[in-house]
Design a protein around this ligand. Structure first.
Ligand code: HEM
Ligand code: HEM
Length: 378
């Protein structure tokens, strides 16, 4: 009997899909500069994060302050009473913050350059509501992170109970470990208010994704059957190298996004990535045409890399040339789209790599990976 349990596969698949949504929302958190929108962790503004009201998540209300502070705000300067009014729990407003009048007597904006946070203050009846920018994305990202954690626990437990393949059990345990580390890195990034940790958190995300992708492939029906014996070893090294290059590119992208530095390295690696994907597409069309799966995947990678290069140029133009002059929504869409497509390209290349490695090479009859999905259940 072969190793295929549909419920485990579905669970692994749901975990992967939720992770992709989580990564997309993570990109929006960075894209909207909302990394420090919620200044504490694991609590949210001092409360249990699961009980944080949905209404406040949408509006991002931080606190109500007395109406008479409007006079201070109207002068466009940060006075002591305003600063004190905003110093609540973990939230400390730096004295270098600036105040901007958006609408006379009605709306003001405060920017704290130290924490890189924006506050919007709105007059509402006889009091002023202080709203923090980006709470919706940041808090949804945390909740989704928790959901991914729970789904991973369920997948791992199911695999340990119902699947006897030792390697698969260990991969599921490592996936769980990866998600715990990823969550901790996210939390520490907030507690420490650290850009370095934001980069590490972003760079570790594809590793978690790679584990979930492996679990989906290894628990799938296709992987429970023997792969065709055709030799595809000529593309093994190319596939591994392309995946490695894309991963390096994601790290360079994270550094670039957080620090606006090393653009030239990012462009150089982008060219290398594109070249390697072209080589893969060429190889697949020359030697592997009979495998419709590989052809489809290679074509998809080719299309994604073209779109990604175009979005990269768009991201460069919007962030490094136009800046504030480009509409905020468009800028966010381009940079977040570029982030997500980059991660997607990594996932596709990783799937391609695992799939070619599963096929036995010319000399051996069966590779380690091909055995993984097929070992009989006990
Ligand atoms: C499995 C769990 C998680 C995954 C896969 C994940 C993934 C990501 C990704 C891909 C980004 C975008 C990075 C970028 O664009 O540079 C991000 C951003 C972020 N994540 Fe997570 N995350 C997870 C859990 C968490 C948790 C539990 C927190 C807790 C607070 C968190 C806090 C953040 C913050 C603050 C950012 C914005 C970083 C910044 O730009 O300053 N994440 N996450
Ligand atoms: C294979 C091609 C490429 C891949 C896989 C890729 C991937 C990425 C990723 C994943 C990010 C965001 C990282 C994060 O937020 O954690 C990023 C950022 C960026 N990339 Fe690329 N990139 C590619 C090509 C390019 C090209 C050709 C350019 C420009 C000519 C470019 C310009 C940028 C810029 C300007 C940013 C920062 C955007 C911001 O500040 O929000 N990229 N890249």
């Amino acid at each position: 009997m072969q190793q295929y349990h549909p419920p485990i596969y579905v669970l692994a698949f749901c975990t992967l899909l939720t992770t992709l949504v989580l990564i997309f929302v993570g990109g929006l958190v960075t894209g909207t500069d909302a990394g420090m929108a919620v200044p504490d962790w694991p609590t949210t503004f001092g409360d249990n994060m699961f009980l944080y009201p949905l209404s406040q998540m949408v509006s991002g209300l931080l606190v109500w302050i007395p109406d008479d502070l409007a006079t201070n705000l109207g002068q466009g300067i940060l006075t002591k009473p305003i600063q004190e009014a905003l110093n609540i729990d973990e939230n400390i407003l730096s004295s270098t913050s600036t105040v901007q009048v958006v609408e006379k007597d009605q709306a003001w904006k405060i920017h704290d350059p130290v924490a890189n946070r924006f506050y919007t203050i709105l007059r509402q009846e006889d009091r002023l509501g202080v709203y923090v920018h980006g709470v919706l994305f940041e808090h949804s990202h945390r909740l989704l992170g928790t959901l991914v954690g729970l789904l991973t626990i369920a997948t791992t437990i199911s695999i340990w109970i119902y699947n006897s393949v030792k390697q698969l059990k260990w991969i599921s345990a490592l996936a769980l470990l990866a998600v715990i580390i990823q969550g901790l890195l996210g939390g520490l990034r907030v507690i420490e208010n650290s850009i370095v940790l934001a980069i590490i958190h972003a760079s570790f995300a594809p590793i978690s994704l790679a584990f979930f992708t492996s679990l989906v492939l290894l628990t799938s029906k296709k992987w429970s059957q023997s792969p065709p014996t055709t030799d595809v070893s000529q593309v093994h090294r190319l596939a591994i190298f392309a995946s490695g290059l894309i991963y390096v590119q994601l790290i360079l992208g994270a550094i670039l996004r957080q620090t606006a530095q090393h653009l030239s390295a990012h462009i150089l690696v982008a060219i290398l990535v594109a070249m390697h994907i072209i080589l893969i597409v060429r190889r697949v069309f020359l030697d592997m045409q009979t495998f419709s799966g590989f052809v489809g995947l290679a074509m998809l990678m080719g299309s994604v890399v073209i779109l990604q290069m175009a979005l990269g140029i768009g991201a460069w133009y919007s962030e490094f040339q136009l800046g504030e002059r480009m509409p905020y929504m468009l800028r966010t869409a381009i940079t977040s789209g570029h982030h997500f497509l980059g991660v997607l390209l990594f996932m596709l290349s990783f799937i391609f790599t695992l799939d070619v490695l599963r096929h036995p090479s010319g000399e051996t009859t069966s590779s380690g990976l091909s055995e993984l999905g097929q070992i009989k259940s006990g």
